[in-house]
Design a protein around this ligand. Structure first.
Ligand code: PGA
Length: 275
């Protein structure tokens, strides 16, 4: 489970306090790995705040060169120094607002892996692409472009986040539509497309092992049904990760499901829940 704080927490003290609260609340969580991705300026101090806790740290982006004259960018080395284990790459806000393309995302993925940082590679279609029947094609082409030259062994350190752009709680990205989370059916279908693509290009073992997480308006009230789905291995949470009160119940849902304590059962053949 990842908390993507975007540019929402602008004060250091606030970032440290939220991180501390989340870390304290997940002390007993044993079956779910949790990270937060604060703004760059807060990485070092939040990193210090959460050392020796179970909460992990992630960058929200990084440059595809290790170092150099790249004004306004952040280096993989700085993320590592701050204590990051993960880095979110190719988020749709980066792709759609800042014009990031698969080839640079691909270079970032490779650089992160080579430095031992785990990329959380985001992919996803827009509302228009979905309406035009292009969901599979768009996601497959983002996978192909962003994972070029990534070996099966390297893929073991990659997490895929399927984040349909239309479900992301972002009015800037989605000015003219009603933003809602994917339904379990929509999410299940898309995750199967992603896993099938991995199977076809990397084989059954990679497909079985790679975590494919869902992002887009995940909240306490829809987390259990989304996370129940067989092909959904976790969540990338934006708005609902900005406080322990909102984020921790989602983490608890994931923990309960991971431990088999929840009764929901998702049938991938009928795309329905069995009671
Ligand atoms: P959201 O964002 O949960 O606020 O929709 C998810 C994301 O962009 O990762």
């Amino acid at each position: 489970m990842g908390g993507n704080w975007k540019m929402q927490i602008t004060r250091l003290g606030e970032a440290e306090r939220i991180a501390e609260n989340i870390a304290a609340a997940i002390e007993n969580v044993s079956s779910v790995e949790v990270f937060i991705a604060p703004s760059f300026n807060a990485l070092n101090s939040v990193g210090l705040t959460i050392t020796k806790t179970k909460l992990k740290l992630a960058g929200q982006n990084m440059h595809y060169h290790e170092k150099g004259a790249f004004t306004g960018e952040i280096s993989v080395l700085s993320l590592i120094e701050a204590g990051c284990e993960y880095v979110i790459l190719g988020h749709s806000e980066r792709r759609r607002i800042f014009g990031e393309k698969d080839d640079t995302i691909n270079q970032k993925v490779l650089l992160a892996i080579n430095h031992g940082l785990k990329p959380v590679l985001c992919i996803g279609e827009t509302a228009e692409e979905r309406a035009n029947g292009r969901t599979a094609e768009v996601n497959q082409s983002q996978l192909a472009g962003s994972l070029r030259n990534v070996s099966a062994q390297q893929l073991q350190n990659v997490i895929i986040a399927y984040e349909p752009v239309w479900a992301i709680d972002n009015k800037f990205l989605n000015p003219n539509i009603e933003i809602k989370p994917a339904t379990p059916e929509q999410a299940s279908e898309a995750h199967m497309i992603v896993r099938d693509w991995i199977r076809k290009h990397y084989g059954q073992e990679s497909a079985a092992n790679i975590p494919i997480i869902y992002g887009g308006s995940m909240k306490e009230k829809n987390a259990t049904e989304l996370l129940t789905i067989e092909d959904i291995d976790g969540g990338l949470v934006g708005g609902a990760s900005l406080s322990a009160e909102a984020f921790v119940p989602i983490i608890r849902s994931a923990e309960k499901l991971a431990k088999g304590e929840d009764k929901f059962e998702w049938d991938s053949n009928t795309l329905r829940f069995n009671e």
